[in-house]
Design a protein around this ligand. Sequence first.
Ligand SMILES: [Zn+2]
Length: 213
Amino acid sequence: MKQRRGKKHSTGNFKTKSSVSYPLPIILQPSAFKIHPSDFRLQPSLFYPFFRVGIGNDVHRLVRGRKLILGGVRIPFEKGPLGHSDGDALAHAICDALLGAAALGDIGRHFPDTSRRWRNASSLLFLREVKKIIAKAGYGIVNVDATVELERPKLRPFISRIERKLAVALGIKPGQVSVKAKTGEGVDAVGLGLAVRSEAVVLLCMQQRSSEP
Ligand SMILES: [Zn+2]
């Protein structure tokens, strides 16, 4: 970011201890968050933890004899994901995105598949626990955007329910969660009906000042 001295910038600015003023993008102007400008004087590195983006993905093999659960919603189908827990690839990808955004590891670190505690566990439990972990670190969820790749069955009739279920588990509004569905177009493991895959991106916002820079 370009540094400016003295003269105020038209989009707002704040001063650090070294008297260097940093122009603020519109979205980061203190008025947008009802934060007093003095809040920005504590550390020049405040931008670092304010917003944080995270990405996650997951894939599970589809086998007979397992329930197909995505975002906590049971989808009628003859196959389901093989996994230690319920194999909810969508919930797992979102967990990884949330933990990644806060630089707090991944789902395997917090819920190891060697633990009997998580055997056949509902992945909504993971989402609720991850929400607590990131909240403890001082972050709130701005939004979640995810895609599920599955050749069959069609997920469109279930998308609204999945979004609502995820929102409840994360303690946010349904409008903060977006889930999209795609097929594998007949290619790769998804396209051949052998696997379900999911990707997720999340944005976190700092809700309280972290003690770390
Ligand atoms: Zn998984």
